[in-house]
Write a protein that binds this ligand. Sequence first.
Ligand code: AKG
Length: 288
Amino acid sequence: MKLKAKAPKAKLGLPTIVLLCFLCFIAGLFTSTLLSQVSVPQFLSGPRSSSRILESEDEDHRPILPGETGESFIASIPFQVLSWKPRALYFPRFATAEQCESVIKRAKAKLRPSTLALRKGETVESTKGTRTSSGTFISASEDETGVLDIIEQKIARATMLPRDHGEAFNILRYDIGQKYDSHYDAFNPDEYGPQQSQRFASFLLYLSNVEEGGETMFPFENGSNMDIRYDYKKCIGLKVKPRQGDGLLFYSVLPNGTIDQTSLHGSCPVIRGEKWVATKWIRNQEEE
Ligand SMILES: O=C(O)CCC(=O)C(=O)O
């Protein structure tokens, strides 16, 4: 009788299994640490890249608990600094095409020839031709569509100037050849007499594209042309081409409270097409 040789059975006890698991865990940990050090490219491992990674994470853009008058969300309003002298910012796509068309529709039936604030000694006759557009004033509360309300709120966020400091929107239309010669929005008391409050900043929302001409111009930007006898009808300096929905903000008053001489601006004549713009003048005091 042949006896079958029996292979001895390896028996693993619980302590051995636990020890083996532990060893596997340690080995895995070691390998992953080694791999992460080897495989992260150089450009991702420096301090700049780690901030880049953080920037793209939502964690970084989470709103924090606001104050009683604050907002519970992070607003994103892209802008470009166009100039420091005057302080001018450009806001691409500030409003939608539909919002712009709605404002134009609302204003169309109410247009009248634009008027001017007169300096001491000036008359309607002597200033004829300075501002040849037509326009109308519409406040946000008058606009039952709610569009001006949305735009006004956004302007207040972008400027951090309270809504109740703003005048009603002045909706303007310039036809071919129409323009606004260079002027200041702030009123110099020496020229206009004592002022209750001052136009501090201006926000222009372009409601239409213009085929040619119609730029908003700043002839004294960065001090240029200030030392020559500048002809106020000339369209020179920094020019902003109107594009439907874009916004332009500039400050007429310096942080020290005096009028910024470089904030002189105007509208170049429209050469082709038609220009529509909504101007919001924002004062240094609450509007009555
Ligand atoms: O129409 C523009 O581009 C400028 C308007 C303007 O200067 C104003 O409303 O004070």
